[in-house]
Design a binder for this molecule. Structure first.
Ligand code: SAH
Length: 270
């Protein structure tokens, strides 16, 4: 049996209870060494064979899985964040299906959730944005043309960009070309939930400078959209409070005293 497990965004105690148990019981662990926190491997039992997939090809990973299966061993394939997001998991699953090797998937906390936590923000604010676009700049992996940054920018929804911090100047240009105002609030979160986590609030037109000034070109997420304005980051001397009385959030219907739900009748009716 192969268990695909989401390792979470970095902090070792952000793996799920189920994921942790699979790690403890594994005979073989193949972990994505470029981003998975190696501290998680301390959960492995004595004699567990550990492989770092950063040094392996897909075929090499599959060979380890196949051999492990032949010996009747249990394998954990440990992916960063949640395996479903840029995890290159489907190609592994397909090969396992061909070989009749059973697998299951344990979700993880994606880094985009870790980034919201670092910023003290809510991506889906009433009256601001009710959608989150998770996307990336094109790199060696092509992005379908119909999913261009410009086309998504036209919605001015909350957008979270993975795998794009080395192309941040070009990204900012595309965001503005697509429809966001250059002054739209933006944030860069580096290594969310790791001890070295850093979060910066800026605007689209200062994204490139903010990244350059702070030496950030990898392991970061870029978040853009009006929702970023409502963050819990400590105000700095330069930014001031940044939150005028008009920029307090609109409250949700869900907890409004006059709103009825299956759990609660409207207070005014009582
Ligand atoms: N499956 C992962 C994403 C893998 S793609 C997830 O769910 O989070 C790798 C990209 O994710 C990195 O280039 C970076 O953009 C982002 N990333 C992963 N971990 C991160 C972290 N702790 N902080 C900020 N960005 C992170």
């Amino acid at each position: 049996m192969i268990h695909f497990v989401g390792a979470g965004p970095g902090a070792p105690d952000l793996i799920t209870v189920r994921g942790q148990k699979f790690l403890e019981e594994a005979d073989v662990i193949i972990y994505a060494g470029s981003l998975v926190n190696p501290e998680l491997l301390q959960a492995a039992g004595e004699g567990c064979r550990i492989y770092n997939s950063a040094y392996m090809t897909l075929e090499e990973v599959l060979r380890v899985m196949e051999n492990s299966e032949k010996e009747g061993l249990t394998t954990v394939r440990l992916h960063t964040g949640d395996p479903s997001i840029y995890g290159a998991v489907r190609e592994q699953m397909e090969e396992l299906e061909k070989r009749n090797i059973a697998y299951d998937v344990t979700p993880g906390v994606s880094s985009f959730c870790g980034a919201a936590a670092a910023l003290g923000m809510e991506y889906t604010l009433p009256g601001i944005s009710q959608s989150v676009i998770l996307t990336r700049m094109e790199g060696r992996t092509k992005v379908p043309e119909k999913e261009s940054i410009e086309s998504f920018a036209a919605h001015q929804a909350t957008m979270v960009l993975f795998l794009s911090s080395s192309m941040i100047g070009e990204l900012a240009e595309k965001l503005v070309e697509g429809g966001y105002a250059p002054q739209t609030p933006a944030a860069i979160v580096y290594k969310a939930t790791w001890p070295e986590e850093k979060a910066f609030i800026c605007t689209i037109d200062t994204l490139e400078k903010t990244a350059a000034d702070n030496g950030i070109d990898r392991t970061a997420l870029i978040i853009v959209g009006e929702a970023v304005r409502y963050n819990g980051a400590q105000p700095t001397a330069e930014s001031g409070d940044g939150r005028s009385p008009q920029s307090r959030v609109m409250r949700s219907c869900l907890y409004d005293a006059d709103f009825e739900t299956g759990y609660r009748s409207a207070k005014s009716k009582e």
